[in-house]
Design a protein around this ligand. Sequence first.
Ligand code: FAD
Length: 510
Amino acid sequence: MSTHEAETDDVRAIKSGADHLRAVQDGRAVYLDGQRVQDVTTHPAYRNAVASAAGLYDYQAQPDNVETMTFDPGTGRRVNRCWQLPRSYEELKERRHALVAWAEQTCGFMGRSPDHVASVLAGQVMGIEVFQAYDQKRARALQDYFEYARSNDLFLTYVINNVQGDRSKAFGDQGEGSEDLIAKIVDEDAAGITIRGAKLFATSAIMANEIFVGSGQPLKPGEENLAFSCALPMNAPGLRVLSRKSFEAHAVSEFDNPLSSRFDENDALIFFDDVKVPWERVFVYRNTDMCRAQFHDTPGHIYQNYQAQIRLSVKLRFLAGLARGVADTIGTINFPPVRETLGRLASQAAMITSMVYGMEAAGRMRGPYYLPDRHLLYAAQVQAQELYPQIIHTIRELAGGALLMLPSSVQDFADPELARIIQRTQISPAMSGMDRVKLLKLAWDAVGSEFASRHVQYEMFYAGAQFVTRGHSFRTYDWAAAGSMAQALMHRYPSPAPIDHIDRSTTASL
Ligand SMILES: Cc1cc2nc3c(=O)[nH]c(=O)nc-3n(C[C@H](O)[C@H](O)[C@H](O)COP(=O)(O)OP(=O)(O)OC[C@H]3O[C@@H](n4cnc5c(N)ncnc54)[C@H](O)[C@@H]3O)c2cc1C
């Protein structure tokens, strides 16, 4: 076989969009508006988002992208670099280039693209000794599952959070009628465990191959029934996906809602209706501390959130470009205050990129693997939660009423008389009236539509509320090094004599 033929075979073996579309036509139980969805690849509420996800696989399979996007983990089949376990700073950057290229395909709007949960598993496997110290069998199950998911280049999503319920109570103590609120182990036998109850938010569940189920929120002793993690195919018997409202279904047209119509990855509540999980897919079993350790004692949490910051850096770059486009379109770009505002926005976008570079450069080896710096990662996360709503607000401020005073839909252009009026009223120093409308509709979909509003909530909460991320930042900062400077300085100058040594006879009369 010639070298060329070998390469062609290699390229063919890479997972393609068509492979992904076929795989998700698996009879999964997705519910929307009171109906069971028959096929997510054709349903008007999901088909474009599913096609966008499939497009990621087509992108990686293009001959020019194969080297950047994929690697051979030693199985002879190239898979996405999100499965790579970096052994140096150079390999970490190589992996990042693939993640950036994927995020660019969706302008950063698909937060649970396949590289997110793959990064969690990669991080957990980099710390497999943590699992082994708790339970050898569960560690073996995780290692085997990782290899299975990686060699099939699976798209995984996860549910590691609980239904909000009553926050003033523990998850395991929500009171009468809450039996099915939070997924728990209700039975077990020689084949595996049975789980019943809910978990959320399963972002991308409608289009993923499989789902990782676990507990990222702290559990206390006594809540062992809730303390498990496992993986299931999306069509597992009894697994129900209760989709939220579809923004794709409500998109007026591609022209009117260019983002909602193609990147609505969807969020869902997963209800496990006595779902059977075989032991070889159970990674944590009735151990509250191991639930925490699987994310925080392994590099799982670091790799999962490092991916999220890479994706966000791309999204902010997209939004910065959009902001500049708005100012160009309405002719305010040369006003000094507008340039200042854009300068501030550009620096905010660049800050997240810089923090990604910083966490990589300040990384360290853990055994054979190279990890981004944990504190710089959490610092970026805390900043990002505040930054995102600010950036959205800034773009709205830059645009004024332009974002709303637009033709009701693309259909207005079909009427020559209306089209003529639109052409005369939607003027711009930078582009045609049509292009002005096109750009401003894109901007509204990014900052003002229901889809945009969900994204603000997503960026504020996907990693937990602010008290959670600030807690990680507090916990991982090097307070000793920071405090030692103040201590060292204080040692360089004398303190006044202690109060006990002051001659009290001189102060007695005061
Ligand atoms: C769009 C979206 C997509 C998501 N996708 C996923 C996903 O795919 N998989 C997944 O597992 N998770 C996902 N999440 C995250 C997750 O499900 C939760 O939203 C997140 O962990 C926050 O929990 P909560 O919503 O229950 O809010 P809470 O934790 O209840 O927080 C709500 C507010 O209550 C206050 N509060 C609550 N408890 C405390 C406390 N102890 N101390 C101080 N203040 C408190 C805070 O002010 C906070 O802002 C997603 C979230 C969103 C919004």
